[in-house]
Design a protein around this ligand. Structure first.
Ligand code: HEM
Length: 284
């Protein structure tokens, strides 16, 4: 008769996977500052992973009209991104000289190739845009010149991102949020939000959802503003990036990033339109 062994007690290191996690930092050079560069990027990717998970949860809840859960999970996404943003601070302590010691070894890789950042944008609801040749594409496809930074990224992730886009075409955060607001107010598009904001006392949960979505939009903008700041501090305003993707159109990498800030800050256009004229436009 075999005697059953007591189950092995759970340990912190197995549960968290510390051995595997702490074995993932593999600098390409001996430069002192490269370790923090890798750790900061890895920490961002972990936060992105959680943001995607919670964003999917929020969308699923809203899609089944559970506004309270959707709103709570969306608040969490916003909180996660704001926490992740603090990760830029240690990078700003790096001097241009400190970065220059290992920067060339990273070419032609770039944060441009972060697929999870693109997934967050897709889940939030960025549209594909029609180019001058009549073809639809993601804005990051229009922004770049041909080059290996871009082609490597497209080879590895384009199909996956496209599939995600198709899957969420009418189920992105922007779409499901608008749908529940339209259903509750009986108005369509920006008018639904106008009605909401003019009758806040009747729609507490939905108003709070819309405000949380605006906070998420600000958190994404804050990511870009902090990111631009770290670029100016660590490579300067006029330097080219490590990638070969943008230098043709945009002489400096900081200039490219400013262009994205200028063009991509509105994530919920109906909501912003409503807030531009909430009183005047309300017909409800
Ligand atoms: C010293 C620090 C950093 C520098 C100098 C830097 C520089 C740049 C530059 C120049 C670009 C423009 C695209 C290109 O030229 O390829 C870019 C894009 C990007 N980087 Fe960074 N980056 C830094 C840190 C980070 C960190 C910590 C993250 C966190 C994940 C990150 C994520 C991204 C993302 C997502 C993009 C694409 C942005 C967009 O298209 O809006 N970067 N980065």
């Amino acid at each position: 008769m075999s005697i059953e062994q007591p189950p092995k007690p759970v340990t912190y290191w197995d549960y968290v996977g510390t051995d595997a996690l702490l074995d993932l930092q593999k600098p390409l050079t001996d430069a002192h500052d490269e370790m923090q560069f890798i750790v900061v990027h890895q920490a961002f990717e972990l936060w992105f992973k959680l943001a995607i998970y919670e964003l999917r949860g929020a969308i699923a809840a809203l899609d089944s009209s559970d506004v309270a859960t959707g709103s709570r999970l969306l608040k969490r996404v916003s909180c996660i991104l704001r926490t992740a943003l603090l990760g830029f601070d240690p990078l700003i302590t790096m001097t241009q000289q400190g970065y220059a010691e290992f920067r060339n070894a990273l070419r032609p890789a770039s944060g441009f190739q972060s697929a999870q950042f693109r997934m967050i944008e897709i889940l939030i609801g960025i549209p594909r845009v029609t180019g001058s040749d009549g073809n639809e594409r993601f804005y990051w496809e229009s922004a770049v010149q041909a080059g290996v930074t871009f082609t490597h990224f497209m080879e590895k992730y384009h199909q996956q991102l496209l599939a995600m886009y198709e899957e969420t075409r009418d189920r992105s955060l922007r779409h499901v949020m608008l749908r529940v607001t339209e259903a509750a107010t009986g108005h369509v598009g920006a008018d639904a939000y106008r009605h909401l904001f003019n009758h806040r006392d009747q729609f507490h949960e939905l108003t709070s959802l819309a405000e949380t979505a605006r906070d998420l939009q600000q958190a994404m903008l804050d990511f870009r503003l902090h990111h631009h700041k770290v670029t100016v501090f660590t490579v300067g305003e006029h330097a080219a990036g490590t990638s070969d993707a943008h230098t043709g159109n945009h002489p400096s990498c900081a200039g490219y990033l400013l262009g994205v800030i200028r063009d991509r800050s509105t994530l919920f256009p109906e909501l912003e339109e409503a807030l531009g004229g909430a009183q005047a436009g309300d017909r409800g």
